[in-house]
Ligand binder design. Structure first.
Ligand code: ZN
Length: 205
C-alpha cells in the first residue's frame, strides 16, 4: 500500500491547529500506526541486522550455514553456546515463515541442539522462538534460540501456571481448531511389487 495523497491530506488535517509539541506527539502516533511498507516509503528501507548478517555485511561467529538459513553465536547469550538460527530471507516473525522453510528450520535447530549436547557437554537445551515483542522477541527478524543448559545455570525460562476454568477448555480448543488449515490428504500411492525374472522363474511350478 502506498501513501495516497488523500491519506497525506488526512494526516495534515489531523495536525492542523495543534501546537508544535502536540503535532510532534500526534505524528509519532500516526507513524507508529503505519504499515511497514508505508513506513519504508516515508523513511527508506531500514536495514535489518540479521539480513545484513545473512549477506555477510556484519561479522558473526557462524556455527552453521546452508542455502536457506544460518546459525550464529548470540553476542548477548543466555548461556555459553547460545545459538541464533534464522532464515536468510527476511520474515518479521516466525508466524510468517512458510511451512516448508519452518519445517527445515526446526530440523536444523534440532541438529544444532544435538551438537550442543555433544560438543559442549550440555545437560539439556531449550529451543525457543518468540512471536512478537510480548513473547520476548527482541530481533526484527524471525529466529530460533538454541540455548544449551548446564547443571546449576541461571537461565530463567518459565511461567507460573494460571487458573483456567475447566469449562473453558473445549471452547478454547474449538477456537484454535477452527483456524487450523485443513490437512491436505494425499491418496496413498499404490505399492507396485517388483519381482525379478529369476524370482518369478523360481516360483513357477
Ligand atoms: Zn531481516
Amino acid at each position: 500500500m502506498v501513501l495516497a495523497s488523500e491519506r497525506i491530506n488526512a494526516i495534515k488535517a489531523q495536525l492542523a491547529g495543534l501546537s508544535p509539541e502536540q503535532q510532534q506527539e500526534k505524528l509519532q502516533e500516526i507513524v507508529a500506526a503505519l504499515e511497514p511498507d508505508e513506513q519504508e516509503q516515508l523513511f527508506g528501507k531500514q536495514q535489518c541486522p540479521f539480513c545484513s548478517m545473512a549477506e555477510g555485511k556484519i561479522p558473526v561467529v557462524k556455527v552453521y550455514e546452508d542455502s536457506d538459513c544460518m546459525a550464529i553465536l548470540d553476542i548477548h547469550p543466555a548461556n555459553k553456546g547460545h545459538l541464533l538460527l534464522f532464515p536468510k530471507k527476511h520474515y518479521a516473525m516466525m508466524a510468517q515463515v512458510p511451512d516448508d522453510e519452518a519445517g527445515k528450520l526446526f530440523a536444523v535447530a534440532n541438529k544444532l541442539s544435538k551438537a550442543v549436547f555433544d560438543g559442549l557437554n550440555a545437560a539439556g537445551s531449550n529451543i525457543i522462538a518468540g512471536n512478537g515483542a510480548i513473547a520476548g522477541q527482541r530481533a526484527p527478524h524471525a529466529l530460533v534460540n538454541i540455548i544449551p543448559r548446564f547443571e546449576g545455570d541461571k537461565v530463567a525460562i518459565g511461567w507460573n501456571p494460571v487458573e483456567v476454568d475447566e469449562n473453558e477448555f473445549e471452547p478454547i480448543a474449538a477456537k484454535i481448531k477452527a483456524k487450523m488449515p485443513a490437512e491436505k490428504k494425499e491418496a496413498p500411492k499404490p505399492v507396485i511389487k517388483k519381482y525379478d525374472a529369476a524370482e518369478i522363474k523360481r516360483r513357477l511350478p
